[in-house]
Design a protein around this ligand. Structure first.
Ligand SMILES: Cc1ncc(COP(=O)(O)O)c(C=O)c1O
Length: 367
């Protein structure tokens, strides 16, 4: 048997093999990142179509060659306004943004301090940068401080954290991390992928707290309902990325339909007050129901609500039982989450009604 086949068999026997599935559109979907239900919004679709009519299906080249469109710069202007940062730079995806930001800011003489539960794109960006990587305990400012103060590294010091953690739905102690980064002269990078459009009137957790890290990274693929990524930063930093971020320089610019869709999504968010806070209220109601029924929703304070089951097989069985009664909550297993913490990750979205969350909590209790 080939190494590939052997690996897949081992994953299968450990309940860890993932399969691509096409889920029925009929299911009550708690596994989508389309938090504000914008991917099917008429205005967002219309903006994507208009962008294709005006600019075509592809951007025809990298941004530094012939691919830079007025549309990209218009979106960057909007993203800067949303996050309260000076400027923004659009990348091909959130993953490419994190790779490009970390590999350009850190090199082999530098050190990156990274939360243990940071997203895979931050983990890979840190490794690819060749910097020394020190991982601090999840959300522990004390551990981060200890690592910072005991570091003998004389190079650039960079702290990187998610704002809302994708598998736990908790929020990093960003004010304390920000103050520490300023006191210790570190660069601070915050990934707001799950917070944009939801927290801080849509501008993210940092915006809500009134703090300004060196770089905010984000995605257009979750609350904005489309595809693509961005970094929001100072104009000096933007120019640096334009010159130094390999995942920006050596790749084709984001296609017009995605840029148009994101601009449409921002228009909806800006003209509809309280979308993010309505979502957070609905998620709080869901958590309250679950806790009343004896579930532990860990540290979730966001639209992401995990129910940690433990073993992968138990998470798979619960997910399958829910799917049989029309509820989609995909099981999340290692290596996405630490061993022994397999879970169902519920994303509450604006497509859900109060009745949907009551029914789901009731069914979970029954199962
Ligand atoms: C925290 C976080 N950062 C970055 C990404 C990557 O974003 P994208 O899907 O746009 O590549 C994701 C998820 O996909 C994420 O959860």
């Amino acid at each position: 048997m080939s190494f590939a086949g052997e690996t897949v068999r081992t994953l299968e026997s450990n309940g860890l093999c993932r399969k691509l599935q096409i889920h029925s559109g009929e299911l009550l979907n708690f596994s989508t990142n389309d938090y504000l239900n914008l991917s099917s919004h008429p205005l967002v679709k219309r903006c994507a179509i208009e962008a294709v009519k005006l600019f075509g299906t592809g951007s025809r080249g990298s941004r530094l060659m012939a691919g830079n469109l007025s549309l990209h710069e218009g979106l960057e202007h909007q993203l800067a306004r949303l996050t309260g940062m000076e400027t923004a730079l659009v990348f091909g995806s959130g993953f490419l943004t994190n790779l490009g930001v970390l590999t350009s800011l850190a090199g082999r003489n530098d050190v990156i301090f990274s939360d243990r539960l940071n997203h895979a794109s931050l983990v890979d960006g840190a490794i690819a940068s060749r910097a020394e990587v020190r991982r601090y305990r999840h959300c522990s400012v004390e551990h981060l401080r200890d690592l910072l103060l005991s570091s003998g590294n004389t190079g650039r010091k960079i702290i990187v954290t998610d704002s809302v953690f994708s598998m736990d739905g908790d929020v990093a102690p960003l004010r304390d991390i920000f103050e520490l980064s300023v006191a210790e002269g570190c660069l601070l990078i915050v990934d707001e992928a799950h917070a944009i459009g939801v927290f801080g009137s849509g501008g993210g957790v940092c915006r809500g707290l009134g703090i300004c890290p060196d770089v905010i990274t984000g995605t257009l693929s979750k609350a904005l309902g489309g595809y693509g990524g961005f970094a929001a930063c100072s104009s000096e930093m933007r120019e640096y990325f334009v010159n130094r971020s390999r995942s920006f320089v050596y790749t084709t610019a984001l296609p017009p339909a995605s840029v148009g869709a994101a601009m449409g999504a921002l228009e909806v968010i800006n003209s509809t007050s309280g979308m993010g806070s309505s979502l957070l209220d609905l998620a709080a109601d869901f958590r309250k129901l679950l806790v009343e029924k004896g579930f532990d929703t860990s540290g979730s304070v966001s639209q992401i609500v995990p129910i940690v089951v433990g073993e992968s097989s138990a998470a798979l069985s619960l997910s399958a039982a829910l799917e049989e009664i029309g509820i989609l909550a995909v099981a999340i297993r290692p290596p996405t989450v630490p061993a022994g913490t397999a879970r169902l990750r519920f994303s509450v979205t604006l497509a859900h009604s109060p009745d949907d969350i009551i029914r789901t909590a009731d069914e979970l209790k029954r199962l």
